[in-house]
Design a protein around this ligand. Structure first.
Ligand code: SME
Length: 160
């Protein structure tokens, strides 16, 4: 697998997701190091969509700890149930937040972040990580993003 992405020139996200996800699968299927794979997934999502912030938080006891990411500096620790990330961990579900200012307890690592999607990732039936993507645009994530990003869950869970 070459270390570059081949992506269509498109304003629409769907063809980009359709090209990107098999390439992320191929890239990570040939490598078992968790940190290396998470770092490349964050880079691939950032490169494909130029999201404001893309990264992972890892569950460590009762806290999420910052993992590989692309974007501005971020909060290093998020307690269980706090913020969108902690809520996705607590509820064990993908959260799509159209306006972060309207989400009770949202943690503003950056005032530029306006909308957000967070997906939990499981190891042995427990949330082990969350994938967090922030946009600097309001209402930037839809069911389409959720549908395709959830296809990354089994790809990531293979190497956790
Ligand atoms: N906004 C997140 C915190 C993480 S940063 O956005 C990178 C939250 O509310 O959980």
């Amino acid at each position: 697998m070459s270390e570059s992405l081949s992506l269509p020139q498109s304003e629409a996200r769907e063809p980009i997701y359709q090209a990107l996800i098999p390439q992320i699968k191929a890239l990570t299927d040939s490598e078992n190091d968790c940190t290396a794979n998470l770092a490349n997934i964050a880079a691939a999502l950032k490169q494909a969509f130029d999201f404001f912030w893309v990264g992972f938080y890892r569950v460590d006891a009762d806290t999420l700890v910052l993992g590989p990411f692309q974007g501005p500096l971020a909060c290093t620790r998020i307690p269980f149930a706090k913020g969108v990330c902690g809520a996705a961990w607590q509820r064990k579900q993908t959260l799509v937040v159209a306006d972060v200012d309207a989400f009770p307890g949202h943690i503003a690592c950056s005032s530029s972040s306006r909308s957000e999607i967070v997906l939990p990732l499981y190891k042995a039936g427990k949330v082990a990580l969350v994938l967090d993507i922030d946009s600097d645009k309001l209402n930037d994530f839809s069911e389409l993003d959720q549908h395709y990003l959830e296809q990354l869950q089994p790809i990531i869970e293979r190497f956790l």
